[in-house]
Design a protein around this ligand. Structure first.
Ligand code: BES
Ligand code: ZN
Length: 971
């Protein structure tokens, strides 16, 4: 039988990591090695990683762990870098002041693909040369001294190095853009998180080795250089080059260092707290930076106040980089962004674009505190950075841009995380990681979205004020230091501890006074909870609970179990896995339950601590809604009668429940269908109320549930069923679609919903939508693309235009010429949903080539093509054919690779496709990405779809038939 077992021993995990190798042992072992085995010892030869590529000397590499020893600690880097944008190479010199904490005769640090030379150590006794050994697999250098380096003295390492600018998106890499006049301009920029500072200069590249950095950049006169700190002087050097010197940074981790050499232009403004904000972009796009500049000023001022800790640097630059793999990066004082994320055009960008820009800036600026000032000790707790930054996006936008109503989007984050977290292949929020691939893989929905959702749940439980006091306490206690989960929980516990109240923060004083702590009149409720023991159940175990409700009049029996879609890791064509064999799961969460009843509108709280619990309510009620506004990370099964009363309530008076509660009922009921706890009929019955729904959250949630079902049918070419499913969906939303105006009026959610609904209706061929869009497209095309279309309608209009070869070519040409990234993005989406196979093939090739459509956009193009029934096969073939190129460009373990793997395979719902996916991925070696978690996730997703289709298609068919009959009889 074919098996999908992930190799348990990968190249990276060949040896178990142990606590840091004590240096005394290292020295002892080294001397033993030298004594007993003068040349390369036989045992070392058997262990390929110990003595991999040696640059000079013949000794084996003296360190055997992936993590660096703690014996030599950097305190200050003096770094000079000179990129040559013509030869696409760079040279540099680094001088590192180190503290030696134990006697050593080797200093182990990081470097990746760097040629080093002239390596010396300055000691109080004078300068001595160091011999360099390299372990390229662990990306480490060992600097060997011929004499012991005694602890306790001041030392300075001196190294010179050189390398090529990278052709990826990591390290010190090349980027380029084309001017309106057709000239190609080159720039060089950095992306160091998580493990790529070592590719730009030799360093101690782990987040807990914080140090100060004094950086100088050599550049030509046509360029500007920027870095984390402001420039303090420029020195003219021979050969008509200039050396810019930057002020010394605060103490920080290597992954936050950044520098850019480019011909960017900039605009600037001061914040109320006196920080200079500048936006950098290519000259022709600098007029699209107004919104980002205002947003950054507003947001930095907000955080200064909210965290009660001033932003410690004199400036913050935000740079839009033409080639950028992620969305943005939080380098301290110099955050970097995709152009599309930062640039905003008041007339051409949509409301959704505006929300996105504000959110991404809010995210990166939140990191200046969560991540930069206080940093996780190691990447296993990445969520302390990313979960917090994601969470703060919503807090900050609520306060600074309430009109954007961004909070509505939070719900979607939790659902997104749950998708991945409902399989065995998920992982706990805090997960041990060691090698660069595993570290990269941490940048996923669990660290970001689940992290943010459990923080939100905790905030709700403790109250917003108490939570704020606690996190300020955390930031203050650990500024310029590193933390693990426990530090956060401690800081949120006993926030009104009387021992500390002689020096409270202003918010703490106010809070604790209000709750009578100082007067001794009362206790703050939150003090009585053991926050660590509650939160450990959310951060140290994977998955999330399903809470079952059993109504017995005024007694409610509650029970919890892990929600698992597939309860066994699937194997190709393994029926047992797909039909889910129950395996015992012994997980318990401490769940801060909330509920509302038909009898009162207040939210009640109940901490469920065991597998079963009993809740008593004072009055008989018609309904109870648990997980109020979906502020908790769990789902709820109300049981047969419970769902009946929910359906009745929605049919009769859906606004008795909040928008978020309605969306959460839709979400939960469909999740329960997937594990066969609730019948599909119940979920569809519940969704019929949607013909009265107008709220964006409920409508988009319903479509997010119904469209994948439709697509599963569409791919199987079951035409009759496809048609009736389409009719059902259009019926539900027909009134709402018909009421949409083809202009840009209304509030943010109204405009966002309009854009979404028109696209949905046109793609599903709803005639009134298609004819209106076609008419608008033709007028626009006849004007040569000069007339302006209402922004909210453009996606639908372009999508209809791209259905014909002529329309497609026109759009492609418009894409080539446009300078507005949001316009380009919408055209890109339209081009990928065309039914024309040749065009789909061309766009895949084109975006991989990177000439017109940048390679950075390839992952989105590929996934979008794969969602198109005409492109599904094409995308899967293309992914396989170009696998080696893609993993070089985007790096194994990156979220871009994971996005492609899960995105392209997500729509598959047959055993044949499961086998095809397995046949490709299973033979891949670790070097080719074979041990990535996303592969297991792909199998899980497909197995889940196969199971869904097998159990639910017959029921779907009969339900739709019944409904059609019912409607006909009604007519
Ligand atoms: N720290 C990340 C950037 C990053 C991502 C570095 C992956 C290394 C690997 C940054 O703060 C981030 O989270 N960016 C997000 C955008 C944000 C708005 C969620 C991104 O790039 O998707
Ligand atoms: Zn982030």
């Amino acid at each position: 039988m074919l098996r999908f077992i992930r190799p348990s021993q990968s190249k990276w995990s060949a040896r178990q990591s142990s606590p840091v190798f004590p240096v005394a042992m290292l020295v002892a072992l080294l001397s033993l090695v030298v004594l007993v085995f003068p040349a390369v010892p036989a045992w070392a030869a058997q262990l390929p990683y110990w003595n991999s590529r040696i640059i000079s000397g013949t000794q084996p590499f003296p360190w055997h762990e992936m993590r660096l020893p703690q014996t030599v600690v950097p305190t200050h880097y003096d770094l000079t870098i000179h990129p040559n944008l013509t030869t696409l190479t760079f040279t540099g010199v680094v001088r590192i002041l180190v503290d030696v904490l134990e006697d050593v005769d080797a200093i182990v640090m990081h470097a990746k693909d760097l040629k080093t030379s002239n390596v010396k150590l300055t000691t109080p006794q004078g300068v001595r040369p160091l011999q360099v050994l390299e372990n390229s697999v662990y990306q480490q250098l060992a600097l060997l001294s011929d004499k012991v380096i005694p602890k306790g003295e001041d030392y300075k390492i001196h190294m010179e190095f050189s390398a090529n600018l990278s052709d990826t998106y990591h390290g010190f890499y090349k980027s380029s853009y084309r001017t309106g006049g057709g000239e190609v301009r080159i720039l060089a920029s950095t992306q160091f998180e998580a493990t790529f500072a070592r590719a730009a200069f030799p360093c101690f590249d782990e987040p807990s080795f914080k140090a100060n950095f004094t950086i100088a950049i050599v550049r030509e006169s046509r360029h500007v250089a920027i870095s984390n700190m402001p420039k303090i002087k420029t020195v003219n050097l021979p050969g008509n080059v200039f050396e810019d010197h930057f002020a010394t940074t605060v103490k920080m981790s290597t992954y936050l260092v950044a520098f850019i050499v480019s011909d960017f232009h900039s605009v600037s403004k001061m914040t109320q707290h006196g920080v200079k904000i500048s936006i950098y972009a290519v000259a022709e796009k600098i007029n699209q930076t107004d919104f980002a500049l205002d947003a950054a000023v507003r947001l930095l001022d907000f955080y200064d106040t909210y965290f009660s800790i001033p932003y410690p640097l004199p400036k913050q630059d935000l740079a839009a980089i033409p080639d950028f793999q992620a969305g943005a990066m939080e380098n301290w004082g110099l955050t970097t962004y995709r152009e599309e994320a930062l640039l905003y055009h008041p007339e051409k960008s949509s409301m959704a674009d505006k929300v996105q820009t504000a959110r991404i800036i809010a995210h990166e600026l939140a990191h200046q505190w969560f991540g930069n000032l206080v940093t996780m000790e190691w990447w296993n707790d990445l969520w302390l950075n990313e979960g917090f930054a994601k969470f703060m996006e919503f807090i900050a936008l609520d306060m600074t841009y309430p009109e954007l109503e961004a909070n509505d989007l939070f719900l979607g984050k939790c659902y997104h995380a749950m998708e991945m977290d409902s399989f065995l292949s998920s992982h706990p929020i805090s997960t041990p990681v060691e090698n660069p691939t595993e570290i990269q893989e941490m940048f996923d929905e669990v660290s970001y979205d689940k992290g943010a959702c459990v923080l939100n749940m905790l905030k709700d439980f403790l109250t917003a004020e108490a939570f704020e006091v606690g996190i300020i306490r955390y930031l203050k206690r650990y500024s310029y230091r590193n933390t693990a989960n426990s530090h956060l929980w401690e800081s949120l516990t006993n926030i009104c501890d009387s021992n500390e109240l002689h020096d409270p923060s202003p918010k703490q004083r106010e809070f604790c006074w209000k709750h009578g702590i100082q007067s001794g009149e009362g206790r703050y409720e939150g003090n009585k909870f053991d926050i660590k023991s509650i939160m450990d159940t959310w951060t140290l175990q994977k998955g999330f609970p399903l809470v079952n409700i059993d109504f017995k009049n005024r007694k409610i029996l509650l029970s919890q179990q892990r929600y698992l879609k597939i309860e066994k890791e699937p194997a190709a064509a393994d029926d047992a896995a797909i039909t889910a064999v129950k395996i015992p799961e012994n997980q318990i969460w401490k769940i801060p339950l909330t509920y509302k009843t038909s009898a009162s509108n207040t939210t009640h709280h109940f901490l469920m601590k065991s597998a079963v619990d009993l809740l008593r309510i004072p009055n008989q009620v018609d309904w109870i809604k648990f997980n109020v506004d979906m502020s908790g990370y769990y789902i709820v099964d109300y049981g047969k009668d419970g769902w009946k009363s929910m359906i009745k309530l929605l049919q009769k008076n859906h606004t008795a429940l909040s928008n978020k509660d309605r969306a959460s009922l839709i979400h939960d009921v469909f999740r329960l269908v997937s594990i066969e706890k609730v019948s599909l009929q119940t979920a569809l019955d519940l969704s019929t109320y949607l013909s009265k729904e107008k709220d964006i959250m409920a409508v988009t949630q319903a479509l997010a549930e119904l469209i994948p079902i439709y697509k599963m049918i569409e791919r199987r070419e079951i035409f009759l069923l496809e048609e009736s499913m389409k009719v059902f969906m259009l019926d539900l939303f027909k009134d709402l679609i018909d009421s949409q105006r083809w202009d840009d009026s209304g509030s943010t959610p109204e405009r966002t919903l309009r854009s979404y609904l028109l696209m949905f209706a046109c793609v599903r061929n709803y005639t009134p939508c298609v004819s209106k869009a076609r008419q608008l497209f033709n007028v626009w095309k006849d004007s040569g693309g000069k007339t302006s279309l209402p922004v909210d309608t453009t996606l639908a209009v372009y999508a209809v235009g791209a259905q014909t070869a002529e329309g497609w070519d026109f759009l492609f040409e418009h894409y080539r010429q446009s300078l507005q990234m949001s316009v380009k993005h919408r055209i890109q989406v339209a081009l990928t949903i065309s039914p024309l196979r040749q065009k789909l093939k061309m766009i895949l090739q084109e975006s991989l080539r990177g000439e017109v459509i940048k390679t950075q956009d390839f992952p989105d193009v590929l996934v979008s093509v794969s969602r198109n029934p005409k492109g599904q096969r094409l995308a899967w073939d293309f992914l396989r054919a170009n696998w080696a190129t893609l993993i070089h460009k985007f790096e194994i373990g990156s979220s871009a690779i994971a996005h492609m793997v899960t995105g392209v395979t997500n729509p598959f719902s047959t055993k044949t496709m499961l086998t095809s996916v397995w046949k490709f991925f299973n033979p891949l070696t670790d070097e080719m990405g074979g041990d990535m978690r996303c592969i297991q996730q792909a199998y899980d997703n497909i197995a889940g779809n196969v199971r869904w289709a097998e159990t639910n298609f017959p029921e779907l068919q009969s339900w739709l038939r019944k409904r059609q009959r019912f409607i006909h009889e009604d007519l």
